[in-house]
Unconditional design. Sequence first.
Length: 194
Amino acid sequence: MGVMGIETARLLLALGAAASLAACDGGDKGKTAAPQATSAAGSTPGAAAARLNVIDRSQAGTPAPDVPFEWHGGDKTSMADFRGKKVLVNLWATWCAPCIAEMPELDRLAGSRRGKLVILPISQDMEGWLAVNKFFTEGKFNALEPYVDQPGSFAEAVKAKGLPISILYDEQGKEVWRVAGTPNWNELAMQGIV
């Protein structure tokens, strides 16, 4: 490969990486990536990246939002329907590569913690069930049942700044912690964090 070919390959690789990172910032909801790259406190994108995969307890005790999301068949449900159970909400989308990558691990966690923890993968896809059903094909996952948050009311209520984001709620429906990104779920389970 010549010098021009190497430079072109590097440029394409850089553009692909940038597109992959931007894909999970919620950009398909009509927002630009720039405002989401900084927080209300004015932190830089580097500081935001440093918080990925880190347990954040700053909103511990906050009640789960009382907004509906959709179950298969169009039935509406809300966090109130899960009171009395420990719940891990995972906000994700089919267009988010890290979201897709962590789904098998979440499925294994849901299977191993059955009866002790309910995992709710709540899709943020604008296409709703059309997109979700293409990903959650029969037999692909054993323990997860998908939900859809259209038009994004749940994500807005919890002030999600990107995807994936997971929030653990206790049996009373109060937030315990949240984590942005794709943590090692097996490690968190072994530490008793989930």
